[in-house]
Design a binder for this molecule. Structure first.
Ligand code: ZN
Length: 318
């Protein structure tokens, strides 16, 4: 296509759903999605990953996958360089505890996982029960202690549990031990990668067998000592309304929170801007939006006028 008008079109995405042993049904009951069944743990909302490639819902590019658009219509994404769409946005509904896991960085993943990207990710906590905790980091002081704690199953000593509440924001660098616990709902912004090393799975069985663990790779990639809690958890509940509130800027992405109450305007002058409506409803340039909508504003989109009462999470590449 390549004409300027194509870059004025909002690209609404059709998500891909994943059933997980720890999943639930809130993506159906609270979000109104048509889920494949109970135990639906993840909504891959904006993704061009081969394990879940989202399609465009309507308009000029209806039915095309995001990976196809990335290849065929680079002007939509500001001609950003790269062999794949760089980000992946998910909603995760944890009905039960997720396994304890860690991700490699780009260098390790490229060398050991067939050229995959590593995974840096961040979580915006959409909902959490009273007294909720997450696992972020660990208590091993050096590599010998790390290995001993893991090999001998000293999980209570090893894992660092931190309290979290709705509105907290957590950055998870590669090498950070982490796990979401039951009852927590998050919006995850991450590098486009699906490489996860499972350190511990609470001894659970799936179809009568324990899920595979990746102990050796985990020990190789876990950062020792872990980053402090203060460096990982950011509270953003005291946000300013009708502004782009920057939550994080790292080498892979920038993420913002928007609390629209009345109206706000912003200029879309990034290569592209991904947005997810996580609460409420309203409009963008007169077009209706509601909770659960995920869309991309293309390069050169210009003014985006939001109205209504809603909360959004936005992101772009760095
Ligand atoms: Zn993760």
């Amino acid at each position: 296509m390549g004409n300027a008008d194509a870059n004025k079109e909002i690209l609404f995405m059709t998500p891909v759903f994943k059933q997980m042993i720890w999943g639930g049904n809130k993506l159906g009951t609270k979000w109104g999605y048509e889920i494949p069944g109970d135990n639906t743990g993840e909504c891959w909302a904006v993704s061009a990953h081969p394990n879940g490639d989202c399609t465009v819902k309507e308009g000029t590019f209806a039915g095309k996958t995001l990976s196809q658009l990335w290849r065929e219509e680079p002007q939509i994404f500001g001609n950003v360089e790269g062999d794949r769409f760089p980000l992946l946005i998910k909603i995760i509904d944890a009905n039960d505890d997720l396994s304890i896991q860690v991700h490699p960085d780009d260098v390790y993943a490229n060398a050991n996982e067939q050229g995959s990207l590593g995974k840096t990710e961040c979580w915006y906590i959409l909902d959490a029960p009273e007294g909720a905790t997450l696992v972020i980091g660990h208590n091993a002081r050096d590599n010998a202690e790390l290995e001993d704690m893991i090999q001998n199953g000293r999980w209570d000593e090893f894992l660092r549990e931190v309290p979290v509440k709705k509105g907290d924001f957590i950055q998870i660098d590669p090498g950070t031990v982490h796990a979401i616990k039951g009852g927590i709902e998050i919006l995850e912004t991450q590098q486009n990668s699906d490489i996860t090393y499972r350190v511990y799975d609470y001894g659970r069985l799936q179809d009568g067998k324990p899920r595979e663990l990746h102990i050796d790779k985990s020990i190789e990639v876990i950062t020792v000592p872990a980053k402090s809690v203060e460096e990982s958890v950011i509270n953003v509940s005291a946000d300013r309304k009708n502004e782009m509130n920057l939550l994080i800027s790292c080498s892979y992405y920038k993420v913002w929170k928007l609390d629209v109450d009345g109206s706000m305007e912003t200029e879309q002058d990034y290569p592209f801007l991904i947005l997810s409506v996580v609460e409420g409803d309203g409009t963008i340039n007169g077009q209706a939006l509601r909770k659960g909508d995920h869309f991309i504003l293309p390069s050169g989109f210009g003014k985006a006028q939001f109205a209504g009462k809603m909360e959004l999470i936005a992101s772009t590449v760095c």
